[in-house]
Design a protein around this ligand. Structure first.
Ligand SMILES: [Zn+2]
Length: 105
């Protein structure tokens, strides 16, 4: 069975309006203007992080709604969690992040 790339995964799991070339964490942070620190701040507040088993996979500013997301992070469905594993996705890359500004809800 052949594995898909992280980019292909991103194009599957990310809503169309947020689809983009996947980035390294550094590139994603630079794109939203956050410092490369454990707890970046934005709009004068600490950004809110979500992590799973110790790995942060999502961070967002509650004020301006800018976010970064690790597309290989867990996907929470209706009462279940889908984990991405290296059997199905080629995770041998640092480019696993997307960023943007949440619109709508
Ligand atoms: Zn902000």
């Amino acid at each position: 069975m052949s594995r898909i790339t992280v980019q292909q995964l991103a194009d599957e799991v990310v809503a169309p309006q947020y689809r983009q070339p996947v980035k390294t964490l550094k590139e994603a942070l630079a794109a939203v203007g956050w410092a490369e620190v454990d707890r970046p701040t934005c709009c004068g507040k600490e950004v809110v992080m979500q992590s799973f088993l110790g790995d942060a996979y999502f961070a967002q500013c509650e004020v301006c709604r800018k976010f970064i997301r690790d597309v290989t992070g867990p996907i929470f469905g209706n009462g279940h969690v889908t984990l991405i594993d290296s059997d199905t996705v080629d995770l041998d890359t640092d480019k696993q992040w997307i960023c943007g500004t949440q619109v709508g809800l």
